[in-house]
Design a protein around this ligand. Sequence first.
Ligand code: NAD
Length: 405
Amino acid sequence: MLRTTTASMWASSARILRQPLSSTTTRFSRTAAVSSLSASTRLFSVSAAASSPPPPPQHYNSTNNAAAPRHPRVLVTGSLGQLGSGLVKELRSMYGNENVVASDIRKAPEEFMASGPFVYADVMNYSMLERIVVDWRIDWVVHYSALLSAVAEKNPALALSVNMTGFQNMLELAKVHRLRLYSPSTIGAFGPSTPKDNTPDLTIMRPNTIYGITKLHNELLGEYYREKFGVDFRSARYPGILSADTPPGGGTTDYAVDIFHHAIRTGHYDCFLSKDTRLPMMYLSDCIKGTVDHLTYPTPLPQSVYNIAACSFTPAELTAEIQKHLPHFTISYPDAARPDFRQAIADSWPGSLDDSMARRDFGWKEEFGMERMVKLMLDKIQAQVNAEKKVASSTVTNGPAAMAA
Ligand code: NAD
């Protein structure tokens, strides 16, 4: 049986772990780190390395019985993004807090830190990643670190590094340490010459965005490593993901989240896409469920990469659905002569996906269609706004004036 740990213990062990990792990166030479890597690994970015080990993580088997059955230990990269925190929560509820190591390059909120181990991990740094895999005896990796479409288009060089070098590092580690690697792809991996409707898994793929190019590269490289080295590489092409609790990370489908906040807060939204731009979408909990089912499927599946989808709609259709709940909600669209830069990205993506292979092979099935999703998004954001108002009014009531009275 694994040792049960308290939230505070994890918070402190994560703090201890992070200190040496970050402080040692400046103290140790690149040469020493690189010398232990294979020739092929040297191709990948190794910007720093650490040689003085941090205290061992408190995750060993308390019965000291190595044969005792145990849950997989999972590392999640980019865990503070729109999708990561929900997935970490779900995996921790399945495998125990101590078995899911969250990581990112940003500071985690206190609450997140307290729920289980969190470490700094720059995916461009092979040695740092390898050290985490070894120290924490990682079995599976969910690789979420990436620059999304709109952000990537503004900084192609960084997108190439984070999306491709980061993935190459993870894939090489999966080979060396026999890890299962789940790394999502995207509808952005298709391109303008891909058939637009009911797009199948296997089709023409000639993306013309840097995001799409990096993701298609990853799909193909993952398949190559699976064929050549037996790496258990798994990937799903996510559509646009909607969530009320976590902000989107700079993608072309972000409008479908922003619109709800504006509908509730101001009653009007300036959409950056044209009203007839149809894109595939999914609610966050479906994405997490599909990811977990895919990740945990006991044997490698017939394909490495699958389409998954839930519904498709245009901004005009989404607006009409929101107006059923908020009849006074209004929307405006960009001047067709001066489109937003994200319009060209959206125009290069499919309008709907054929995900029948995922349904057949690992039982993918969504719970939320557009109507249920719209109702839930509105309810959740309304609840957030009500809570904010309550805090604001109690601040006024209990503020200096009230105290003076
Ligand atoms: P996000 O942008 O919200 O989060 C990405 C995280 O990666 C951030 O927390 C960021 O700090 C981290 N990161 C950036 N550079 C890093 C580095 N050098 N090292 C380590 N971490 C770094 O993204 P998301 O929406 O949570 O997406 C997760 C995955 O799902 C990505 O691979 C993305 O391409 C894919 N995806 C997302 C959507 C969507 O709608 N959100 C759709 C399709 C595919």
